[in-house]
Every structure is written in C-alpha cells, then in structure tokens.
Design a protein around this ligand. Structure first.
Ligand code: ADP
Ligand code: MG
Length: 317
C-alpha cells in the first residue's frame, strides 16, 4: 500500500515549481505578490463523492472538473489564474484512478498556466477541495454588486445540456461518454479568457453553477436591481430540442452545472461584446436587461410575462 508521501510524490509533485518561489514539500508554499496594482483573488470549491460526481464519472473528468469549477469562479471575477492547492480525501490509493485524476487535473491546469503549489492528502470518503489563486486589478474586478438599471444582460455559450445529462441519468437513461451533454457535465470549460476580456466591458458578472435564474438572483440581490429575462432569447442547448416547453425552461433556467458566465454591460458596449464573441469563437447572447425593480420577470417574445415558478439549485433545499 502506497504511503501518503509516496502518493504525493508520484502523482502530484512535478518537481521544481515554475511560478511559486517554493512549492510542494515544505509546510507552506511561497508565492510572490502580484506586480503592479493587482490584488490576489482567492476561491474554494469542493466536490463531494456521490453528491456532485456520479460513481461512474471517469477519474480524468473528475480531475478536470474539480479545477474547472474553481477556475470558473476566477473567470467570473475577471481574474487571471496563478496557482492552486488540492486537498483530497480518498477511500483508497487506487493507482489507475489517481493517474487518470492527475492527468485530467494537470491538462486543464497547464492550459491556464495555473500551478499546483500544495495541498493535503488523507484517507476518507471521496472529497476534492481546491483553492485557486489568481490576480486582478481590484478596480476592474467583475463583481455581483455592480449591475445598474439599463444594463444589458448577457450569457455565454449555451444552457441546460449538463442538467439534461443529469436528468437522463436520473431517469435511468444515462447518456454515452462522448455525448455532447455528457461532456458539458463532466468536463466543463471555464470561461477564463472571456472573464479577463470582460474586465473593461462588463459591469457585473457571475458564473452559472446553480442555474441561470438562481445565479441571476444573486446579482439582482447584491446590486439591488431587478431584471427582465426574454425566454426566447435564452440560448438553450440543442440537446433540449424536442422536449416539452416546461421541461426546456426548467433545464435551461434552473438547471445547474453550465459554468457559463452571466454578465451585465452598458448598451454602448454591445458592438465590442459582439466582436469579442467572434474573437473568442464563443457565442455571447443578449437575453434581457437590468431594471430598477426588485424581481426577475421572465417574458415571451412580445414582452408578456411567462408564469415561472422555477428557481436555482440549492444544496440545502
Ligand atoms: P503538513 O503536515 O506540514 O501540512 P503534509 O504532510 O500534509 O504537510 O504535506 C506535505 C507537502 O505536500 C506539503 O507541501 C503539502 O502542501 C503537499 N501536499 C500534500 N498533499 C498534496 C496534494 N494532494 N497535492 C499537492 N500537494 C500536496
Ligand atoms: Mg497537511
């Protein structure tokens, strides 16, 4: 049986750090403070076995997703990733599983030049807790509390595919590994480049982990504003085509795990945002606007309210 330190050495310690002054192997890591006027940006997200991850999710996908959900939080602030720590509890030291997990984790980490600088390893029910560190100019950080009446409401990518994969699985019809909706659920792409490019274009932003309606609610609450959301403009994933309208609405508006960015921006930035969508080859869709009210109204193509009882995902609901 592999010991704790052998496990860290074999799977997580990749030798001398590139970005940190001191990486894995001491009591703490040493990281230089960001240059210029940037501040550090820090977020933590935990994946619990059974709760977030179905048992049959490939280890590489789990490695990817554990970091992706954290990078998505950095993206939502407009931050550039720097480094992360990994606290992991494992029921057993299965080398095949660890190799897959490590490969998925580092493939994503390297794409964003985000370095693993430390962590903790223990035996226990599967639990992966990553803390990610990034940097951003505090004046340009995208916050939840900066939306203003009159702002356009935008969303990146498409919505509902991941929730569709979960729903199919729960209904006893699991989608095959390579299915588009499965990939959206298992290996979401954090919108890091978009977040950074939005620093001077967007006013408020949030990443969509718990469903559009619920996450938009956080912006509305923190910014003390309301919003009108045009359901026909919402970019529902193609996987939802053919479902009953109520089901499409539920998956696209309250389904979780999309990891797209929802943001507000002044209307004078429309052209620049559309150009950005072209440059990033990522659809950016205007789906409504912020108003001076205090609620979320979902409307049809002619601006008439659609009865809507849905809400976002809440772990304690
Ligand atoms: P300590 O007991 O002083 O907290 P540990 O024995 O837990 O240190 O860890 C030894 C070193 O290995 C530390 O530098 C720690 O950051 C690192 N480490 C432990 N687990 C991981 C992990 N899963 N990934 C990366 N680094 C880890
Ligand atoms: Mg420790």
């Amino acid at each position: 049986m592999m010991g704790e330190f052998e496990l860290i050495g074999r799977f997580f310690d990749r030798g001398p750090p590139r970005r940190a002054l001191l990486g894995i192997g001491d009591d703490c890591a040493l990281l230089a403070a960001p240059a210029g006027g940037d501040c550090l940006v820090i977020a933590t997200d935990m994946l619990v076995g059974g709760r977030h991850a179905f048992d049959d999710v490939p280890a590489a996908a789990l490695g990817h997703k554990s970091l992706a959900v954290n990078l998505s939080d950095l993206a939502a602030m407009g931050a550039r990733p720097i480094a992360f720590t990994l606290a992991i509890a494992l029921p057993e030291a299965d080398e095949t599983w660890l190799g897959g997990f490590r490969d998925g984790l580092f493939a994503l980490a390297d794409r964003y030049d985000c370095e693993l600088i430390g962590g903790d390893t223990t035996r226990g029910p599967l639990n992966v807790c990553i803390t990610v560190i990034g940097q951003v100019d505090p004046g340009a950080a995208l916050r939840r509390d900066h939306a203003q009446p009159g702002d356009d409401l935008w969303v990146s990518g498409e919505l509902g595919a991941a929730a569709f994969a979960v729903a199919e699985r729960r209904a006893g019809r699991p989608l095959p590994d390579g299915h588009h909706a499965r990939r959206r659920l298992d290996t979401p792409e954090p919108r890091v480049a978009l977040g950074m490019a939005l620093r001077h274009l967007a006013r408020a932003a949030i990443d969509l982990s718990d469903g559009l309606a619920g996450d938009l609610g956080h912006i509305l609450e923190r910014s003390r504003v309301g919003a009108e959301l045009a359901w026909p403009s919402v970019p529902a994933a193609a996987a939802l085509d053919g479902l009953a309208e109520a089901q499409r609405m539920r998956l696209a508006l309250s389904g979780g795990d999309d990891y797209e960015l929802l943001f507000t921006a002044a209307p004078e930035n429309r052209v620049a945002i559309e150009a950005l969508a072209g440059r990033l080859e990522l659809p950016l869709t205007r789906i409504g606007r912020i108003d001076a009210g205090n609620s979320l109204r979902v409307v049809d193509a002619r601006g008439r309210p659609i009865p809507w009882q849905g809400h976002g995902f809440d772990h304690f609901a």
